[in-house]
Design a binder for this molecule. Structure first.
Ligand code: HEC
Length: 119
């Protein structure tokens, strides 16, 4: 009984400490390798390149929105305010996509206007 009560009381703390898919440090580290292989030609994490910087993206989008864009850029570009879509759909596994999204989101913070894109 005490053990049951304890596990109920500790559950929210465990959830907080455990984080979610986008806070897992191993996944973020794997996301950096995906970035090096698949995104670096067009994105810089902190500075605008061909695409917006990850800092700019992370301060405006949720992790789920970032994930969705990586999966379907053509379907989402106009509702995100882009005049045209230049990001291709990349053939990534689900885990690579989750990792890339977690890596993008890890740049949340700092100057949200750094590395913006002209729409
Ligand atoms: C060929 C160039 C290119 C590559 C490769 C590319 N992107 Fe992009 N990305 C862009 C451009 C340009 C935009 C701006 C919107 C558009 O044109 O679709 C963009 C937009 C985005 C957005 C959405 C921004 C928003 O406003 O919500 C995310 C997220 C993103 N890229 C992540 C990635 C990740 C992660 C990778 C690698 C797995 C990647 N991109 C690879 C060019 C690229």
């Amino acid at each position: 009984m005490t053990r049951l009560l304890l596990s109920i009381l500790l559950l929210p703390a465990a959830v907080l400490a455990g984080g979610t898919w986008w806070t897992d440090p191993d996944r973020i580290a794997f996301g950096e390798t995906v970035f090096d292989a698949k995104c670096m030609g067009c994105h810089h994490p902190e500075v605008k390149a061909f695409g917006p910087s990850f800092r700019w993206i992370a301060s405006r989008r949720t992790p789920a929105e970032i994930y969705a864009y990586i999966v379907s850029p053509a379907a989402l570009s106009s509702e995100r305010g882009y005049a045209s879509n230049s990001m291709p759909h990349l053939p990534l596994t689900r885990e690579e996509t989750l990792a890339a999204a977690a890596y993008v989101y890890s740049f949340r913070g700092g100057d949200p206007d750094n590395g913006g894109t002209k729409k």
